[in-house]
Design a protein around this ligand. Structure first.
Ligand code: EPZ
Length: 416
Protein backbone atom coordinates (compact mmCIF):
# COMPACT_ATOMS: atom_id res chain seq x y z
CA UNK A 1 0.00 0.00 0.00
CA UNK A 2 1.52 3.31 -1.03
CA UNK A 3 1.73 6.18 1.41
CA UNK A 4 2.31 9.87 0.79
CA UNK A 5 4.49 11.78 3.23
CA UNK A 6 4.20 15.57 3.39
CA UNK A 7 6.38 17.97 5.36
CA UNK A 8 4.45 21.07 6.34
CA UNK A 9 5.49 24.72 6.23
CA UNK A 10 6.42 25.30 2.60
CA UNK A 11 4.75 28.03 0.51
CA UNK A 12 3.69 26.80 -2.93
CA UNK A 13 5.03 28.74 -5.88
CA UNK A 14 5.15 27.97 -9.57
CA UNK A 15 3.11 26.53 -12.39
CA UNK A 16 0.97 23.39 -12.41
CA UNK A 17 -0.74 21.82 -15.45
CA UNK A 18 -4.30 20.67 -14.92
CA UNK A 19 -5.18 17.27 -16.41
CA UNK A 20 -8.33 16.25 -18.25
CA UNK A 21 -11.49 15.91 -16.16
CA UNK A 22 -12.14 12.45 -14.69
CA UNK A 23 -15.89 13.07 -14.53
CA UNK A 24 -16.02 14.14 -18.17
CA UNK A 25 -13.72 11.37 -19.45
CA UNK A 26 -15.74 8.56 -17.82
CA UNK A 27 -19.07 9.22 -19.62
CA UNK A 28 -17.39 10.36 -22.85
CA UNK A 29 -15.21 7.24 -23.16
CA UNK A 30 -18.33 5.15 -22.45
CA UNK A 31 -20.30 7.04 -25.12
CA UNK A 32 -17.93 5.45 -27.69
CA UNK A 33 -20.19 2.38 -27.33
CA UNK A 34 -22.91 4.19 -29.28
CA UNK A 35 -21.08 4.11 -32.62
CA UNK A 36 -19.15 1.71 -34.86
CA UNK A 37 -15.61 2.75 -35.78
CA UNK A 38 -12.57 4.28 -34.11
CA UNK A 39 -13.13 7.19 -31.70
CA UNK A 40 -10.10 9.25 -30.62
CA UNK A 41 -10.08 11.05 -27.25
CA UNK A 42 -7.32 13.51 -26.28
CA UNK A 43 -6.32 14.97 -22.89
CA UNK A 44 -7.57 11.84 -21.08
CA UNK A 45 -6.19 11.83 -17.52
CA UNK A 46 -4.04 8.90 -16.40
CA UNK A 47 -6.14 7.66 -13.44
CA UNK A 48 -7.22 4.36 -11.91
CA UNK A 49 -10.83 5.17 -12.78
CA UNK A 50 -9.84 5.55 -16.44
CA UNK A 51 -8.04 2.19 -16.28
CA UNK A 52 -11.22 0.65 -14.81
CA UNK A 53 -13.31 2.19 -17.61
CA UNK A 54 -10.95 0.84 -20.27
CA UNK A 55 -11.05 -2.62 -18.66
CA UNK A 56 -14.86 -2.50 -18.55
CA UNK A 57 -15.18 -1.42 -22.21
CA UNK A 58 -12.73 -4.07 -23.42
CA UNK A 59 -14.71 -6.67 -21.43
CA UNK A 60 -17.77 -5.60 -23.41
CA UNK A 61 -15.90 -6.18 -26.67
CA UNK A 62 -14.48 -2.76 -27.53
CA UNK A 63 -10.97 -2.51 -29.02
CA UNK A 64 -8.88 0.08 -27.17
CA UNK A 65 -5.45 1.61 -27.74
CA UNK A 66 -3.83 4.21 -25.51
CA UNK A 67 -0.76 6.32 -26.09
CA UNK A 68 0.07 9.07 -23.61
CA UNK A 69 -3.11 11.05 -22.92
CA UNK A 70 -4.81 9.84 -26.10
CA UNK A 71 -7.26 6.91 -25.97
CA UNK A 72 -8.71 5.30 -29.09
CA UNK A 73 -11.83 3.13 -28.79
CA UNK A 74 -13.60 1.09 -31.47
CA UNK A 75 -16.83 -0.37 -30.10
CA UNK A 76 -17.88 -1.90 -33.41
CA UNK A 77 -17.23 -5.34 -31.95
CA UNK A 78 -19.46 -4.91 -28.89
CA UNK A 79 -20.45 -8.49 -28.04
CA UNK A 80 -21.11 -8.64 -24.32
CA UNK A 81 -23.86 -6.91 -22.39
CA UNK A 82 -22.68 -7.69 -18.84
CA UNK A 83 -20.76 -5.37 -16.50
CA UNK A 84 -19.54 -7.68 -13.72
CA UNK A 85 -19.55 -6.99 -9.99
CA UNK A 86 -15.77 -7.09 -9.63
CA UNK A 87 -15.39 -4.13 -11.98
CA UNK A 88 -18.46 -2.15 -10.89
CA UNK A 89 -17.53 -2.41 -7.20
CA UNK A 90 -14.22 -0.65 -7.98
CA UNK A 91 -15.91 2.17 -9.82
CA UNK A 92 -19.57 2.93 -9.31
CA UNK A 93 -19.61 5.15 -12.42
CA UNK A 94 -19.59 1.85 -14.38
CA UNK A 95 -23.38 2.18 -14.13
CA UNK A 96 -22.97 4.61 -17.06
CA UNK A 97 -22.73 1.63 -19.45
CA UNK A 98 -26.36 0.77 -18.75
CA UNK A 99 -27.93 3.32 -21.12
CA UNK A 100 -25.51 2.74 -24.02
CA UNK A 101 -25.82 -1.07 -23.73
CA UNK A 102 -29.61 -0.97 -23.95
CA UNK A 103 -29.39 1.55 -26.80
CA UNK A 104 -26.91 -0.57 -28.80
CA UNK A 105 -27.51 -4.22 -27.79
CA UNK A 106 -31.12 -3.84 -26.58
CA UNK A 107 -30.17 -5.41 -23.26
CA UNK A 108 -27.81 -5.01 -20.31
CA UNK A 109 -26.88 -6.83 -17.13
CA UNK A 110 -25.00 -4.43 -14.85
CA UNK A 111 -24.05 -5.08 -11.24
CA UNK A 112 -25.74 -2.72 -8.81
CA UNK A 113 -23.04 -0.30 -7.62
CA UNK A 114 -22.98 -0.61 -3.85
CA UNK A 115 -22.99 2.48 -1.71
CA UNK A 116 -19.68 4.09 -0.93
CA UNK A 117 -18.00 5.96 1.90
CA UNK A 118 -19.87 9.21 1.19
CA UNK A 119 -23.39 7.82 0.99
CA UNK A 120 -25.89 5.23 -0.17
CA UNK A 121 -25.82 6.68 -3.70
CA UNK A 122 -28.92 4.94 -5.08
CA UNK A 123 -29.52 4.68 -8.84
CA UNK A 124 -33.31 4.77 -8.74
CA UNK A 125 -33.41 7.83 -11.03
CA UNK A 126 -31.22 6.08 -13.64
CA UNK A 127 -33.65 3.15 -13.65
CA UNK A 128 -36.74 5.38 -13.66
CA UNK A 129 -35.35 7.23 -16.69
CA UNK A 130 -34.54 4.06 -18.60
CA UNK A 131 -37.98 2.61 -17.82
CA UNK A 132 -39.45 5.91 -19.02
CA UNK A 133 -37.84 5.25 -22.42
CA UNK A 134 -39.57 1.86 -22.52
CA UNK A 135 -36.91 -0.49 -21.12
CA UNK A 136 -37.98 -3.43 -18.98
CA UNK A 137 -35.98 -3.27 -15.72
CA UNK A 138 -35.52 -6.03 -13.15
CA UNK A 139 -33.17 -6.34 -10.18
CA UNK A 140 -31.91 -9.92 -9.77
CA UNK A 141 -29.07 -11.27 -7.66
CA UNK A 142 -27.56 -7.81 -7.22
CA UNK A 143 -27.70 -7.02 -10.93
CA UNK A 144 -29.80 -4.63 -12.97
CA UNK A 145 -31.26 -6.55 -15.92
CA UNK A 146 -32.59 -4.17 -18.55
CA UNK A 147 -33.99 -4.93 -22.02
CA UNK A 148 -35.93 -3.14 -24.74
CA UNK A 149 -36.78 -4.12 -28.31
CA UNK A 150 -36.72 -0.42 -28.98
CA UNK A 151 -36.44 2.75 -26.90
CA UNK A 152 -38.99 5.50 -27.44
CA UNK A 153 -38.49 9.17 -26.63
CA UNK A 154 -40.32 10.40 -23.51
CA UNK A 155 -40.55 13.20 -20.95
CA UNK A 156 -38.28 12.23 -18.03
CA UNK A 157 -38.36 14.20 -14.76
CA UNK A 158 -35.45 13.81 -12.31
CA UNK A 159 -36.58 14.29 -8.69
CA UNK A 160 -32.94 15.21 -7.95
CA UNK A 161 -30.58 16.80 -10.50
CA UNK A 162 -28.39 13.70 -10.81
CA UNK A 163 -25.15 14.08 -12.79
CA UNK A 164 -24.58 10.49 -13.96
CA UNK A 165 -28.34 9.92 -14.11
CA UNK A 166 -28.62 12.75 -16.65
CA UNK A 167 -25.65 11.33 -18.57
CA UNK A 168 -26.96 7.75 -18.56
CA UNK A 169 -30.41 8.68 -19.90
CA UNK A 170 -28.96 11.16 -22.41
CA UNK A 171 -26.86 8.35 -23.88
CA UNK A 172 -29.83 5.97 -23.94
CA UNK A 173 -32.02 8.56 -25.67
CA UNK A 174 -29.73 9.55 -28.57
CA UNK A 175 -30.70 6.41 -30.55
CA UNK A 176 -34.29 6.21 -29.29
CA UNK A 177 -37.26 6.77 -31.61
CA UNK A 178 -38.62 10.27 -31.26
CA UNK A 179 -37.88 13.09 -28.86
CA UNK A 180 -36.83 12.84 -25.20
CA UNK A 181 -37.04 15.78 -22.82
CA UNK A 182 -35.05 15.59 -19.57
CA UNK A 183 -36.40 17.91 -16.86
CA UNK A 184 -34.49 18.99 -13.73
CA UNK A 185 -31.39 17.73 -15.52
CA UNK A 186 -27.98 18.39 -13.91
CA UNK A 187 -26.14 21.36 -15.43
CA UNK A 188 -22.51 20.36 -14.91
CA UNK A 189 -19.81 21.21 -17.51
CA UNK A 190 -19.17 17.47 -17.83
CA UNK A 191 -22.72 17.06 -19.13
CA UNK A 192 -22.22 19.86 -21.66
CA UNK A 193 -18.99 18.15 -22.80
CA UNK A 194 -20.77 14.78 -23.18
CA UNK A 195 -23.55 16.42 -25.24
CA UNK A 196 -20.92 18.11 -27.45
CA UNK A 197 -19.13 14.80 -28.04
CA UNK A 198 -22.43 13.08 -28.86
CA UNK A 199 -23.54 15.89 -31.20
CA UNK A 200 -20.19 15.63 -33.00
CA UNK A 201 -21.05 11.93 -33.47
CA UNK A 202 -24.31 12.95 -35.13
CA UNK A 203 -26.67 13.15 -32.16
CA UNK A 204 -29.25 15.94 -31.92
CA UNK A 205 -29.12 17.28 -28.34
CA UNK A 206 -30.16 20.77 -27.23
CA UNK A 207 -30.10 22.52 -23.85
CA UNK A 208 -27.20 20.69 -22.16
CA UNK A 209 -26.07 22.92 -19.28
CA UNK A 210 -29.64 23.96 -18.52
CA UNK A 211 -32.27 22.07 -16.51
CA UNK A 212 -34.18 21.05 -19.67
CA UNK A 213 -32.35 18.92 -22.22
CA UNK A 214 -34.05 17.89 -25.47
CA UNK A 215 -32.76 14.87 -27.40
CA UNK A 216 -34.12 14.07 -30.86
CA UNK A 217 -33.34 10.41 -31.53
CA UNK A 218 -31.26 9.57 -34.63
CA UNK A 219 -30.79 6.22 -36.37
CA UNK A 220 -27.03 5.90 -35.89
CA UNK A 221 -23.90 7.74 -34.77
CA UNK A 222 -20.43 7.94 -36.26
CA UNK A 223 -17.09 7.93 -34.40
CA UNK A 224 -15.63 11.18 -33.09
CA UNK A 225 -12.30 12.84 -32.32
CA UNK A 226 -12.73 14.79 -29.06
CA UNK A 227 -10.61 16.58 -26.42
CA UNK A 228 -11.53 16.11 -22.74
CA UNK A 229 -12.18 19.34 -20.80
CA UNK A 230 -9.88 20.29 -17.88
CA UNK A 231 -10.63 18.90 -14.41
CA UNK A 232 -12.31 21.66 -12.37
CA UNK A 233 -11.95 19.72 -9.11
CA UNK A 234 -8.23 19.11 -9.56
CA UNK A 235 -7.90 22.81 -10.42
CA UNK A 236 -9.91 23.82 -7.34
CA UNK A 237 -7.76 21.56 -5.17
CA UNK A 238 -4.56 23.32 -6.28
CA UNK A 239 -6.21 26.73 -5.87
CA UNK A 240 -7.06 25.94 -2.25
CA UNK A 241 -3.49 24.70 -1.73
CA UNK A 242 -2.13 28.06 -2.95
CA UNK A 243 -4.48 30.02 -0.66
CA UNK A 244 -3.69 27.70 2.25
CA UNK A 245 0.10 28.11 2.06
CA UNK A 246 0.09 31.84 1.23
CA UNK A 247 1.63 30.78 -2.03
CA UNK A 248 1.62 32.07 -5.59
CA UNK A 249 0.49 29.38 -8.03
CA UNK A 250 -0.37 29.51 -11.73
CA UNK A 251 -2.68 26.83 -13.12
CA UNK A 252 -2.31 26.14 -16.86
CA UNK A 253 -4.76 24.22 -19.06
CA UNK A 254 -7.54 25.07 -16.60
CA UNK A 255 -11.06 26.31 -17.45
CA UNK A 256 -11.98 29.32 -15.24
CA UNK A 257 -15.52 29.34 -16.68
CA UNK A 258 -16.16 26.09 -14.77
CA UNK A 259 -14.76 27.48 -11.50
CA UNK A 260 -17.08 30.42 -10.82
CA UNK A 261 -18.27 29.34 -7.36
CA UNK A 262 -14.80 28.19 -6.28
CA UNK A 263 -13.16 31.46 -7.39
CA UNK A 264 -15.91 33.45 -5.68
CA UNK A 265 -15.55 31.63 -2.35
CA UNK A 266 -11.75 31.73 -2.37
CA UNK A 267 -11.82 35.48 -3.02
CA UNK A 268 -14.11 35.87 0.02
CA UNK A 269 -11.44 34.15 2.15
CA UNK A 270 -8.93 36.79 0.98
CA UNK A 271 -7.07 35.01 -1.82
CA UNK A 272 -6.27 37.07 -4.90
CA UNK A 273 -7.37 35.30 -8.09
CA UNK A 274 -7.00 36.39 -11.71
CA UNK A 275 -7.49 34.45 -14.92
CA UNK A 276 -6.77 34.84 -18.61
CA UNK A 277 -7.86 32.20 -21.12
CA UNK A 278 -6.86 28.80 -19.76
CA UNK A 279 -4.59 30.24 -17.05
CA UNK A 280 -5.64 30.92 -13.47
CA UNK A 281 -3.34 32.69 -10.98
CA UNK A 282 -3.88 32.35 -7.22
CA UNK A 283 -2.03 34.50 -4.69
CA UNK A 284 -2.57 33.42 -1.09
CA UNK A 285 -2.53 35.94 1.76
CA UNK A 286 -1.15 35.83 5.32
CA UNK A 287 -4.66 36.03 6.79
CA UNK A 288 -7.36 33.56 5.75
CA UNK A 289 -10.87 34.88 6.44
CA UNK A 290 -13.52 32.44 7.70
CA UNK A 291 -16.60 32.21 5.46
CA UNK A 292 -19.68 29.97 5.59
CA UNK A 293 -20.17 27.43 2.82
CA UNK A 294 -23.05 25.39 1.43
CA UNK A 295 -22.47 22.78 -1.30
CA UNK A 296 -24.99 22.90 -4.16
CA UNK A 297 -25.54 21.27 -7.53
CA UNK A 298 -23.60 23.01 -10.34
CA UNK A 299 -23.18 25.99 -10.78
CA UNK A 300 -23.18 26.15 -6.96
CA UNK A 301 -20.12 25.29 -4.88
CA UNK A 302 -19.19 21.68 -5.71
CA UNK A 303 -19.52 18.96 -3.08
CA UNK A 304 -16.26 17.53 -4.47
CA UNK A 305 -14.49 20.65 -3.16
CA UNK A 306 -16.05 20.65 0.33
CA UNK A 307 -13.31 18.68 2.11
CA UNK A 308 -10.57 20.80 0.54
CA UNK A 309 -12.31 24.04 1.56
CA UNK A 310 -12.77 22.73 5.10
CA UNK A 311 -8.99 22.45 5.46
CA UNK A 312 -8.65 26.12 4.49
CA UNK A 313 -11.28 27.08 7.06
CA UNK A 314 -9.59 24.99 9.76
CA UNK A 315 -6.68 27.48 9.81
CA UNK A 316 -8.75 30.63 9.10
CA UNK A 317 -9.21 33.58 11.48
CA UNK A 318 -12.74 32.87 12.73
CA UNK A 319 -15.59 30.38 12.57
CA UNK A 320 -17.01 28.83 9.38
CA UNK A 321 -20.25 26.85 9.08
CA UNK A 322 -20.05 24.30 6.27
CA UNK A 323 -23.23 22.56 5.05
CA UNK A 324 -23.04 19.48 2.83
CA UNK A 325 -26.34 19.25 0.96
CA UNK A 326 -25.52 16.65 -1.73
CA UNK A 327 -24.32 13.53 0.10
CA UNK A 328 -25.43 12.29 3.50
CA UNK A 329 -22.05 11.19 4.79
CA UNK A 330 -19.37 13.41 3.36
CA UNK A 331 -17.64 14.49 6.58
CA UNK A 332 -15.43 11.42 6.97
CA UNK A 333 -12.33 13.61 6.62
CA UNK A 334 -13.36 15.54 9.78
CA UNK A 335 -12.15 12.92 12.26
CA UNK A 336 -8.76 12.78 10.55
CA UNK A 337 -8.46 16.59 10.48
CA UNK A 338 -9.33 16.70 14.19
CA UNK A 339 -6.46 14.30 14.87
CA UNK A 340 -4.27 16.97 13.25
CA UNK A 341 -5.58 19.58 15.67
CA UNK A 342 -8.51 21.04 13.73
CA UNK A 343 -11.45 22.30 15.83
CA UNK A 344 -14.56 20.99 14.04
CA UNK A 345 -18.00 20.08 15.41
CA UNK A 346 -20.54 18.17 13.32
CA UNK A 347 -24.29 18.44 13.70
CA UNK A 348 -26.23 16.56 10.99
CA UNK A 349 -25.09 17.81 7.60
CA UNK A 350 -23.39 20.85 9.07
CA UNK A 351 -19.82 21.20 10.32
CA UNK A 352 -18.75 24.18 12.44
CA UNK A 353 -15.05 24.90 11.88
CA UNK A 354 -13.23 27.13 14.38
CA UNK A 355 -9.94 28.27 12.84
CA UNK A 356 -6.80 27.30 14.79
CA UNK A 357 -3.37 28.85 14.40
CA UNK A 358 -1.61 25.59 13.51
CA UNK A 359 -2.36 22.00 12.53
CA UNK A 360 0.07 19.31 13.57
CA UNK A 361 1.31 16.56 11.32
CA UNK A 362 0.09 12.99 12.01
CA UNK A 363 -0.39 9.64 10.31
CA UNK A 364 -3.88 9.82 8.74
CA UNK A 365 -6.14 7.59 6.69
CA UNK A 366 -7.70 8.41 3.35
CA UNK A 367 -11.29 7.24 2.93
CA UNK A 368 -12.64 8.71 -0.26
CA UNK A 369 -11.13 10.43 -3.25
CA UNK A 370 -11.64 14.05 -2.23
CA UNK A 371 -11.14 13.46 1.50
CA UNK A 372 -7.69 12.03 0.72
CA UNK A 373 -6.81 15.19 -1.19
CA UNK A 374 -7.85 17.28 1.80
CA UNK A 375 -5.45 15.32 4.05
CA UNK A 376 -2.58 16.19 1.70
CA UNK A 377 -3.63 19.85 1.87
CA UNK A 378 -3.67 19.70 5.66
CA UNK A 379 -0.18 18.17 5.61
CA UNK A 380 1.08 21.10 3.53
CA UNK A 381 0.45 23.52 6.42
CA UNK A 382 0.72 21.20 9.44
CA UNK A 383 3.72 21.35 11.73
CA UNK A 384 6.02 18.41 11.04
CA UNK A 385 5.30 15.38 8.91
CA UNK A 386 1.95 13.96 7.79
CA UNK A 387 1.69 10.43 6.46
CA UNK A 388 -1.40 9.77 4.33
CA UNK A 389 -2.23 6.07 4.06
CA UNK A 390 -4.44 4.28 1.50
CA UNK A 391 -3.55 6.66 -1.32
CA UNK A 392 -5.15 4.35 -3.89
CA UNK A 393 -8.23 6.52 -3.30
CA UNK A 394 -6.17 9.51 -4.50
CA UNK A 395 -4.94 7.72 -7.60
CA UNK A 396 -8.54 7.17 -8.70
CA UNK A 397 -9.00 10.88 -9.33
CA UNK A 398 -5.69 12.74 -9.24
CA UNK A 399 -2.91 12.18 -11.77
CA UNK A 400 0.51 12.03 -10.06
CA UNK A 401 -0.63 14.44 -7.37
CA UNK A 402 2.58 14.24 -5.34
CA UNK A 403 4.67 15.05 -8.43
CA UNK A 404 2.48 18.04 -9.22
CA UNK A 405 2.73 19.35 -5.66
CA UNK A 406 6.50 18.76 -5.56
CA UNK A 407 6.73 20.73 -8.82
CA UNK A 408 5.41 23.83 -7.05
CA UNK A 409 7.58 23.59 -3.96
CA UNK A 410 5.88 21.09 -1.65
CA UNK A 411 8.14 18.69 0.27
CA UNK A 412 6.21 15.53 -0.50
CA UNK A 413 6.99 11.99 -1.56
CA UNK A 414 5.25 8.70 -2.25
CA UNK A 415 6.65 5.66 -0.49
CA UNK A 416 5.69 2.15 -1.56
C1 EPZ B 1 -21.30 12.62 -9.76
O1 EPZ B 1 -21.71 11.53 -8.98
C2 EPZ B 1 -19.78 12.65 -9.63
N1 EPZ B 1 -19.23 11.41 -10.19
C3 EPZ B 1 -19.40 12.80 -8.16
O2 EPZ B 1 -17.99 12.89 -8.08
C4 EPZ B 1 -20.00 14.09 -7.63
O3 EPZ B 1 -19.71 14.21 -6.26
C5 EPZ B 1 -21.52 14.07 -7.84
O4 EPZ B 1 -21.82 13.85 -9.23
C6 EPZ B 1 -22.20 15.34 -7.40
O5 EPZ B 1 -21.67 16.44 -8.11
C7 EPZ B 1 -19.13 11.28 -11.54
O6 EPZ B 1 -19.51 12.16 -12.30
C8 EPZ B 1 -18.54 10.00 -12.04
P1 EPZ B 1 -25.49 12.46 -8.36
P2 EPZ B 1 -23.23 11.00 -9.13
O7 EPZ B 1 -26.25 11.38 -9.06
O8 EPZ B 1 -23.73 11.24 -10.50
C9 EPZ B 1 -28.80 11.26 -5.24
C10 EPZ B 1 -15.86 12.30 -7.40
O9 EPZ B 1 -15.29 12.52 -6.37
N2 EPZ B 1 -29.26 10.30 -6.25
O10 EPZ B 1 -25.46 13.82 -8.98
O11 EPZ B 1 -23.28 9.63 -8.56
C11 EPZ B 1 -27.43 10.90 -4.70
O12 EPZ B 1 -27.54 9.97 -3.64
C12 EPZ B 1 -17.29 11.86 -7.39
O13 EPZ B 1 -15.36 12.43 -8.55
C13 EPZ B 1 -30.42 9.56 -6.02
O14 EPZ B 1 -31.05 9.69 -4.96
O15 EPZ B 1 -23.99 11.99 -8.15
C14 EPZ B 1 -26.90 12.23 -4.23
O16 EPZ B 1 -27.43 12.50 -2.94
C15 EPZ B 1 -17.76 11.63 -5.99
N3 EPZ B 1 -30.85 8.68 -6.96
C16 EPZ B 1 -27.52 13.22 -5.22
O17 EPZ B 1 -28.59 12.53 -5.87
C17 EPZ B 1 -30.18 8.50 -8.15
O18 EPZ B 1 -30.64 7.70 -8.98
C18 EPZ B 1 -26.55 13.68 -6.31
O19 EPZ B 1 -25.98 12.52 -6.86
C19 EPZ B 1 -29.01 9.26 -8.37
C20 EPZ B 1 -28.59 10.15 -7.42
Amino acid sequence: MDKIIVEGGHRLCGEVRISGAKNAALPILISSMLADGMNTYANVPNLRDIDSTILLLSNLGARIETSGDTVQIDAGGLNNFEAPYDIVRKMRASILVLGPLVARLKKARVSMPGGCAIGARPINLHLKGLAGLGANIEIKHGYVEASADELNGAEIYFDIATVTGTENIMMAAVLAKGTTVLRNAARDPEIIALAEALNQMGADIHGAGTTVITINGVSSLKPVSFRIIPDRIEAGTFMVAAALTGGNVTLVNAEPDHLGAVIDMLRLTGAEISHDGKTVKVQGKETITSVDLKTQPYPGFPTDMQAQFMVLMSVANGTSVISETIFENRFIHVSELKRMGADITISGNTATVKGVSKLSGAPVMATDLRASASLILAGLVAEGQTKVNRVYHLDRGYQAIEKKFAGIGAVIERVR
